[in-house]
Design a protein around this ligand. Structure first.
Ligand SMILES: [Zn+2]
Ligand SMILES: [Zn+2]
Length: 480
């Protein structure tokens, strides 16, 4: 579950933030989104989010602090929004209940400017609203051109507002007040579509029953899901699952989790003091490509599984079929070139497989010969490391001899694997690579199969093959 709105960067949590986060994790909260309130607290917010993996944040100026929004604050918002864990602009909006804090005009100005920032940066907005439904909807309608994503947080009891929000394509999120005895949220909760709601605590305010009146905290967010499941008469687990799914897609949290993993991994690998496992002896070599101007030469052995789909063109009474041959040995050679870019190695490979199993299936047939020429690009994310993952993709030229009939066609190859970089002082660099490479024909070719050995009867087919070849490569990059 995700608490999509909690101000745990505030004074109320200064003493025990560690325990608060631990309690949230203990009840199954995966992520917490902390919306910013006012510019003086921006740095503190970012520092907190940097400290805990599970935290994400929104950046922006709350309507209560709207009079602090100016050009320099706007500049800071734009800067901080580049942070990889910034998932939204917010919270922003209008609050006419507390309009002595910032006048309505000042609030509207800050709200508009921040919506413009969000649209420019392609980020969703977290919207605060109190006693300002009409102006709020007017402004949001004006900016909704299909590209504005918004959540109206701490959603009130208004069915009219819900209809407008849904019509504009927005999400809503519910907090502790839906659990209060006097709450009139029933209709809104019943009506809200399953793909449009999220849950939040708005900590430290609005603690849900049974903790009403206490300081609110993210671990209480489960009470919100419970209440929604009661009113909607749905399984609690389903409500949790659905609200989590909605929040992840709204804040793009899944993509971020992967992005951050990649980002940390690459920055770590590129940092100089992470080169303990470097494979160059000379300090000066670190900045160079890992395979500088290197040409490598090598060979591989593997095992080929071939699946051939056959369409009998001459005799339509024979049904189409797929034949597979497993465990056919395959071997070949490669030439590689690593002087183009740091993360990229170009490779031309040749793979040979002779399928004698076809003779067991149809006595009298000739063995099938498959020759693959793979032109591929190898993408290596951390080329300076001793152990690397890589992905390969490129076109293939495939030459087959099927029962003595030769044909050739264009195919595609793609693979994944590990490379082990082993430097040999004064001689060069040795690569071991364990790889799984696929090849497939892009178009069918005309071929034939033996139907009867004596007297010899063959029939024409259109065939298309798929080759799966796990293999072990050795490539040597001599130092010259
Ligand atoms: Zn709010
Ligand atoms: Zn808030």
């Amino acid at each position: 579950m995700i608490d999509t709105h909690a101000h745990i960067d505030t004074e109320a949590f200064a003493e025990d933030i560690e325990e608060v986060i631990a309690r949230a994790k203990a009840v199954g909260v995966e992520h917490i989104v902390i919306p910013a309130i006012e510019p003086d607290a921006f740095d503190n917010l970012v520092a907190l989010v940097d400290k805990y993996d599970m935290l994400y944040f929104g950046i922006g100026v709350h309507p209560h602090s709207a009079d602090k929004f100016d050009d320099s604050v706007e500049q800071r918002i734009r800067e901080i929004a580049k942070h990889p864990k910034c998932v939204a602009i917010g919270e922003i909006g209008l609050d006419y209940y507390y309009n002595e804090l910032s006048a309505a005009d000042v609030q509207k100005h800050a709200f508009r400017r921040q919506i413009e920032i969000a649209k420019e940066l392609g980020k969703p907005i977290i919207v605060h609203n109190r006693d300002s439904d009409d102006d709020l909807i007017d402004i949001l309608t004006e900016y909704q051109d299909g590209n504005l994503k918004a959540v109206l947080h701490c959603f009130p009891e208004s069915k009219e507002l819900l209809e407008k929000a849904i019509h504009l394509g927005f999400n809503v999120s519910f907090t502790g007040n839906i659990t209060f005895k006097k709450s009139e949220h029933k209709e809104v909760l019943e009506l809200v579509p399953l793909d449009r709601f999220m849950i939040e605590t708005d900590s430290p305010y609005m603690a849900p029953v049974p903790n009403r009146g206490k300081r609110n905290e993210p671990s209480f967010v489960k009470e919100i899901a419970k209440k929604i499941s009661e009113v909607k008469n749905m399984n609690y687990e389903n409500i949790l699952e659905q609200s989590t799914k909605n929040a992840k897609s709204f804040f793009k949290i899944m993509m971020l989790v992967m992005g951050i993993a990649l980002f940390t991994q690459t920055t770590y690998a590129q940092r100089e003091n992470s080169y303990n496992d470097k494979f160059y002896e000379d300090e000066g070599d670190y900045d160079k490509a890992p395979y500088p101007k290197f040409i490598g030469i090598g060979g591989f052995v593997g095992t080929n599984t071939i699946v051939e789909s056959q369409v009998f063109t001459e005799d339509p009474n024979i049904p189409d079929r797929n034949i597979s041959y497993e465990g056919i040995s395959s071997y070949g050679g490669t030439i590689t070139y690593g002087g183009i870019a740091e993360y990229l190695v170009l490779q031309v490979g040749y793979a040979y497989s002779k399928n004698t199993k076809v003779q067991e299936d149809t006595p009298g047939s000739l063995p099938n010969i498959h020759q693959l020429i793979e032109v591929s690009s190898l993408w290596i994310p951390n080329p300076h490391n001793k152990i690397n993952v890589f992905g390969a993709i490129g076109p293939s030229f495939i030459m087959n001899s099927i029962n003595g009939v030769e044909n050739s066609q264009i195919g595609l190859n793609a693979g994944v694997g590990f490379i082990f970089n082993i430097p040999i002082k004064g001689a060069g660099l040795l690569n071991f690579a364990a790889e799984w490479r696929l090849n497939f024909d892009l178009a069918a070719v005309q071929s034939e199969v033996l139907v009867q050995p004596t007297p010899r009867v063959v029939t024409a087919i259109d065939s298309k093959s798929f080759y799966s070849i796990p293999r072990l490569n050795i490539i040597f990059y001599p130092d010259f």
